[in-house]
Design a protein around this ligand. Structure first.
Ligand code: NAD
Ligand code: ZN
Length: 350
């Protein structure tokens, strides 16, 4: 039996952002971390900003690093007891990490792992502007640690948002391909969870409901029409809750290989891997390809063109190191299925 912490409460629906003020303490100073896409100030008019608050625009050209989180923490102008993270997985994860560092001394990397955060972070509100990673629901915040060549989050109950604002108006401007790649992260979380050995009714139910929504969104009509963007916010939340209760499978480890070796972003890398998963997830791979067709989305190709033996070795090492999800998918003996040659053959097709 395991007690899993979930988000306290949320507003959902068009215009939900106008309720942000109701979640904030009028007496407290608030730190806003906002995706740099909104740097032109277009969002600021809709925020309940007051004296003593600070806004930092988070550069999401690259996925968050421990160094970037430490820099933000060290550069703060004031002291804050509330944080609002407005953006995609990268910005929400940055907000969660900074929240933990405001009440726990030291550097971000000291808390990469499981249950290392000692004190609850400051009160934090998540406001997704792109949906799919489930970062708004999960108990982690993923960061690259370049020094240790490691991509890992602060897995902790203290990394769960206290409140959420789920406003589909905010995802209108997401570029189509990005909307698809990030949205499919949810689909992939759920098929990996349902395809694993570690199963239970709570995780399965979240996954099944999230998959049903994903199918409505991506197999029928335009994924970005108003109703679908709202459904995508729900699917993402449920998918994040599913994975908070279970484990991923084969796609995420191989995707992590692409991220570590080539710097590929999480969600596009997942889609690149999913596209060659016929042997492991046959029906889902076929369905994934239909979704790409229906939404008229293309994938980058030729990831390993010209790759040397050394590069393949790095890809293999960076993938096979993820033992927990690989055991979940393939059992204790996963290395006899995912042999070096098999992994190289898969990467060659991406
Ligand atoms: P992102 O936050 O990296 O943003 C992707 C791009 O979309 C950026 O260029 C950003 O500027 C742009 N963007 C965001 N909102 C926009 C909008 N409304 N209009 C126009 N452009 C917009 O995207 P993501 O895919 O949501 O997040 C990926 C990150 O999430 C990775 O770092 C990954 O490791 C992490 N992740 C976290 C969890 C978790 O549970 N914490 C789970 C999965 C992935
Ligand atoms: Zn993912």
């Amino acid at each position: 039996m395991k007690i899993t912490k979930t988000v306290g409460s949320y507003y959902i629906g068009e215009g939900a952002l106008s309720h942000l003020e109701g979640f904030l303490n009028a007496e407290a100073n608030c730190l806003y971390l906002i995706d740099h896409y909104f740097e032109d100030g277009r969002l600021e008019n809709g925020l309940p900003l007051k004296k003593g608050d600070e806004i930092i625009y988070v550069n999401t050209l690259h996925e968050p690093t421990t160094e970037q989180v430490d820099e933000i923490r060290q550069g703060l102008k004031g002291t804050y007891s509330e944080i609002v993270g407005i953006g995609g997985g990268s910005t929400m994860d940055t907000a969660k990490a900074v929240s933990n560092l405001l009440t726990n001394e030291g550097k971000a990397e000291e808390y990469q792992g499981w249950n290392l955060v000692r004190n609850p972070g400051v009160f934090k509100i998540g406001v997704p502007t792109i949906s799919g990673t489930g970062a708004e629901a999960s108990r982690t915040c993923v960061m690259m640690n370049k020094r240790k060549n490691l991509k890992l989050g602060m897995n902790s109950d203290y990394t769960v948002f206290d409140r959420l604002i789920l406003d589909p108006n905010l995802t209108k401007t997401v570029p189509r391909e990005q909307f698809f790649y990030t949205g499919l992260d949810t689909y992939i979380h759920c098929i990996e969870s349902l395809g694993g050995n570690y199963r239970h009714a709570m995780a399965d139910s979240y996954s099944e409901m999230s998959l049903a929504l994903s199918r409505e969104i991506f197999l029928d009509g335009d994924m970005m029409e108003d109703a679908n963007r709202e459904k995508m916010m729900v699917a993402s939340f449920l998918g994040g809750s599913a994975i908070g209760n279970s484990f991923v499978g084969i796609v995420h480890p191989l995707s992590a290989g692409l991220s570590m070796v080539f710097g590929a972003h999480h969600c596009v890398a997942n889609c690149i891997v999913m596209n060659v998963m016929e042997e492991f997830y046959p029906e889902e791979t076929e369905e994934f390809k239909r979704m790409m067709d229906v939404q008229n989305v293309q994938l980058p190709t030729g990831q390993c063109d010209g790759a040397t033996d050394e590069t393949f070795r790095k890809l293999y090492d960076a993938s096979i190191v993820h033992e927990i999800p690989l055991k979940n998918a393939l059992g204790e003996d996963f290395k006899s299925v995912l042999t070096y040659d098999k992994v190289c053959a898969l990467f060659s097709r991406m």
